[in-house]
Design a protein around this ligand. Structure first.
Ligand code: SAH
Length: 477
């Protein structure tokens, strides 16, 4: 791999050989970097290439013409290389042998040299560049796939708002102030992370530089950027990465450490910042690998160390997610946190199996219920669950399915109530099995349904025949 570096040639001599179009392209680039241009050409290009002549004059450089000086380019180059930062050979007319000679002189003098379109004669190459004022993104393929570099450049072009340069300049403007106001590196990093990806940046992107400055001034005056970290309690949704919220994705990209469990799909973990530390605190029924109290304490400890801690939860953190307990502990210890809602399993499973949870003709309300057994028992207020116009969604209900079916029927809900089991909702492995409430336990067994799965009970289930779009549905009659 070639070493990518950003070279400071400000006010320094750069030698450019050639007076044509390709030399002009390089001259533009060098002029932007504020180099002094020394152009060696075979003839006078003042009339034939006024742009190049202009660039040379503006850089306070000089143009040397070897037919007029009656010297060979080799002689001229040897003289001009003293004090040069680099040399670019962009001369269509001189032939390969001469280019090789010129390049060899540079190498001998240890001056970086680029010969346009001759990678074998170069000691450095020019990357494809995306420019936004002082911000530049350089793409190199080590000369192996220039077209790919250009394609990537267009993608990056589309990704970076045109005002990014202004944001960089604004950061430059405040750099020294921030350094003297915030003396430790962690606070400074925090400050810049907030500023460059927060309201101030938004203002720059909408062209309101003054408002952006005002926000920065206020933050600098009032905020305490000392070392305490923060916890992001983030709902990662049911499995399909496309169902993440934009905020979830942004925080996933910012975290220093991530705590996750079995319900968070691999595809979603892929989107967490590459160099974040990953800690598995997986929970399985009756086999909690890390007890809840310990998770609460771990989140707290990492945050107190100054880390940005991401707690990723399947679905929504506040729906059967014990998210409340985790942040209670943080709040009690004065640690900042944010909670980001996610799409809960009931909502996702319903959409992906074509079962609206409410419907004017079928159900006016929906109830999310935990089917988690306590000491082998499921104790619920069964008599509250009999309304034919209410949809029931059981989470963690596989082990209690027989109880659910028997108790609801015994208390008076019709044995024919349509029921759906949605396993691994929203991901390609999703399976949906439809049965009557009475047949629910048999359906689970026949189809060997595994966790995670939700059980949806109510007349809305009938609608799946019309509305299912994601994948096929099995029926147990
Ligand atoms: N906080 C989560 C629920 C955690 S409890 C949420 O809002 O979705 C764990 C239960 O959620 C599982 O036992 C299962 O009933 C349900 N669940 C989670 N993801 C699921 C999925 N992809 N498909 C079906 N059920 C799921």
């Amino acid at each position: 791999m070639l070493l990518p570096v950003n070279l400071n040639v400000d006010g320094g001599w750069c030698v450019l050989i050639g007076g044509g179009e390709s030399a002009t392209r390089k001259a533009r680039l060098l002029a932007k970097a504020n180099a002094k241009l020394c152009v060696l050409a075979c003839n006078d290009f003042n009339a034939s290439n006024p742009e190049l002549a202009e660039l040379v004059a503006a850089s306070q450089g000089r143009a040397v013409n070897w037919s007029q000086e009656q010297k060979s380019p080799v002689e001229l180059l040897e003289k001009r290389l003293v004090n040069a930062h680099l040399c670019v050979i962009a001369c269509e007319g001189v032939g390969h042998a001469m280019q090789r000679k010129l390049s060899a002189i540079c190498v001998k003098n240890r001056i970086p040299v680029n010969v346009v379109d001759k990678p074998e004669l170069c000691t450095f190459t020019f990357p494809a560049i995306v420019e936004r004022g002082s911000l530049s993104v350089a793409i190199s393929t080590d000369g192996k796939a220039p077209v790919l570099a250009r394609q990537l450049r267009s993608r990056i072009e589309a990704l970076l708002p045109s005002q990014y340069g202004a944001l960089v300049d604004l950061a430059g403007e405040y750099r020294d102030r921030v350094k003297s106001r915030l003396t430790d590196a962690v606070s400074r990093r925090r400050f810049w992370e907030n500023t460059l990806d927060g309201p101030a940046a938004e203002q720059v992107f909408s062209g309101n530089l003054q408002t952006a400055r005002h926000i920065i001034e206020t933050e600098l005056a009032t905020q305490d950027f000392s070392k305490t970290g923060e916890v992001y309690l983030v709902g990662a949704g049911p499995g399909d990465p496309e169902l993440l919220t934009l905020r979830a994705l942004r925080l996933m990209q910012q975290a220093d450490v991530v705590f996750y469990d079995r319900l968070v799909a691999d595809d979603i973990m892929e989107l967490v910042r590459r160099d974040a530390q990953r800690i598995y605190v997986g929970k399985e029924r009756a086999n909690h690998s890390t007890p809840q109290a310990e998770i609460n304490e771990l989140l707290l400890q990492y945050a107190l160390e100054g880390k940005r801690v991401l707690r990723l939860k399947g679905g929504d953190p506040f729906i059967f997610g014990r998210g409340g307990e985790e942040i209670e502990h943080l709040a009690a210890n004065g640690v900042d946190f944010q909670v980001v809602p996610g799409i809960t399993a009931a909502a996702a499973c319903a959409s992906y199996s074509g079962i609206p949870l409410t419907h004017r003709d079928h159900a006016q309300s929906v109830r999310f219920i935990t089917g988690h057994l306590k000491q082998g028992q499921l104790e619920l207020s069964w008599s509250e669950l009999l309304d034919e116009q209410q949809t029931l969604v059981f989470y963690m209900g596989l082990h209690a399915a027989s109880t659910i079916s028997q108790q609801l029927i015994a208390h008076g809900r019709s044995a024919c109530t349509p029921t759906a089991i949605v396993e691994s909702g929203s991901i390609p492995a999703q399976r949906v099995v439809v049965a009557s409430l009475e047949m629910l336990p048999r359906a689970l067994e026949e189809h060997n349904i595994r966790s995670p799965a939700v059980i949806i009970i109510g007349s809305v289930v009938q609608l799946h025949e019309k509305l299912a779009w994601f994948n096929t549905i099995d029926k147990v009659e």
